[in-house]
Design a protein around this ligand. Structure first.
Ligand code: NAP
Length: 372
């Protein structure tokens, strides 16, 4: 049985991973061991494993006993532990939710509905590092996989609407707390239907500009606002989140020299758990009809849920609220743009904690059980 050690299992990605593995009876297929960076000797989660005590995540000797390390602890942990594991001769698999090793030459990015063969060949050929990809990249590739399979995509411009959950648990809390402060500032006036709307607007604007709103984690109000900046700056004017779009998508697709051009703006919005993206796609074939495109999108993979381009279906099925907690990749608003017959527009939504983070890792563990 594969001996798999989990680090970061109680964080946001880690706890979704635990939940999905339990739901799929995955713990019966492995010998699980749990680690902690902060609670060595504490009580491990009960998943039917032999060892019920938490081991020290910094204990390289203990890690060397594993066939596979799965970490959702974050990039700092990976940066710290990886050189030590290499020096100690660790030869097992290292599966990482963080971005620390994504662009390393000796790593593969995991999104098996897209690159299953690459992963299985990697296992056979000795690749030991497998990284979960950026959430918007995974969700975008799953949404357009039918078009990619038919080599119809020349380039993609993505405008993202990213949920608070992508920034972590504390950010989710902060967004809700901000909503609460905003509501309290106008509560009575809202109930009184005779209040002038400009008075309400004025009160909210004052709160957004005041220090009464908690902004420790986002650094700015997100409630009643949008933040067109995610992650750090790159030299070319992109944010790192925007930079990841092209480099990670091309690596997942196994394309060299970033053949598939992707760029856009990544924006944090006040949605809680699921990410949305508006995509403009330059098609290689201007003769293909919207009906044919719909068929290809639907055939991309079993998780795509196509939403007809009308108001009731869009409002009901093409929103973050409609996909939260599901593996659905909702795709809708599909139409040709006025720019020309080779310009396609679509809107897509997916749960970024599932396909965007935990699910590719869960499925990779399953692939390792079968192929390692
Ligand atoms: P997180 O929620 O902050 O958890 C990371 C670690 O923080 C936990 O494993 C835990 O480690 C520690 N921790 C401290 N206080 C905690 C508390 N009150 N509750 C839970 N854990 C606490 O991080 P995350 O969002 O899961 O992200 C983990 C990694 O995955 C990061 O590298 C991130 O970039 C990447 N990632 C995240 C997402 C996302 O949507 N959030 C998506 C894709 C990739 P100990 O138990 O050892 O103390």
């Amino acid at each position: 049985m594969l001996r798999v050690g989990f680090i970061g299992w109680r964080g946001m990605v880690g706890s979704v991973l635990m939940k999905r593995m339990q739901a799929n009876n995955d713990f019966k297929k492995i010998d699980a061991v749990f680690f902690s960076t902060s609670d060595k000797g504490g009580k491990a989660p009960e998943m039917g494993q032999k060892n019920t005590t938490l081991l020290d995540a910094y204990d390289v000797k203990a890690l060397l006993n594993l066939d596979c390390i799965v970490t959702a602890q974050g990039g700092d942990y990976t940066d710290f532990i990886m050189p030590k594991l290499k020096d100690a001769g660790f030869s097992g698999f290292f599966v990482d939710a963080s971005s620390a090793l994504r662009m390393s030459e000796d790593s593969l990015l995991i999104l098996d509905p897209i690159n299953y063969n690459q992963i299985v060949n990697g296992i056979k050929n000795g690749t030991r590092i497998y990284c979960g990809s950026n959430c918007t990249v995974s969700l975008m590739l799953l949404a357009i996989s039918g078009l990619l399979k038919h080599d119809l995509v020349e380039w993609v411009n993505s405008q993202t609407y990213q949920a608070a959950s992508g920034a972590g648990a504390n950010n989710m809390r902060e967004l809700i707390a901000q909503c609460g402060v905003m509501y309290s500032s106008v509560g009575k006036n809202l109930e009184d239907k005779t209040t002038n709307i400009l008075d309400i607007d004025q009160a909210v604007s004052e709160i957004l500009g005041s220090d009464k709103l908690p902004t420790q984690y986002f650094g700015a109000p997100l409630a009643g606002n949008v933040l067109p900046w995610i992650d750090k700056a790159m030299e070319n004017g992109q944010t790192k989140e925007e930079w990841k779009g092209m480099v990670e998508a091309n690596k997942i697709l196994g394309l060299v020299s970033n053949t598939l051009k992707i760029d856009g703006n990544c924006v944090r919005v006040g949605s809680l758990r699921s990410h949305s993206q508006a995509l403009t796609i330059k098609l290689r074939d201007s003769n293909i009809s919207v009906n044919e495109i719909e068929g290809l999108i639907k055939s991309g993979n079993e998780w795509v849920r196509f939403v007809p381009n009308n108001k009731p279906d869009t409002l009901k099925y093409l929103t973050p609220a409609s996909v939260n907690g599901t593996l659905d990749i909702a795709v809708g608003r599909v139409r040709k743009l006025n720019l020309g017959e080779d310009y396609l527009s679509m809107f897509t939504v997916g749960d970024q904690l599932l396909w965007g983070a935990a699910e590719p890792i869960r499925r990779l563990i399953d692939i390792l059980v079968k192929h390692a």
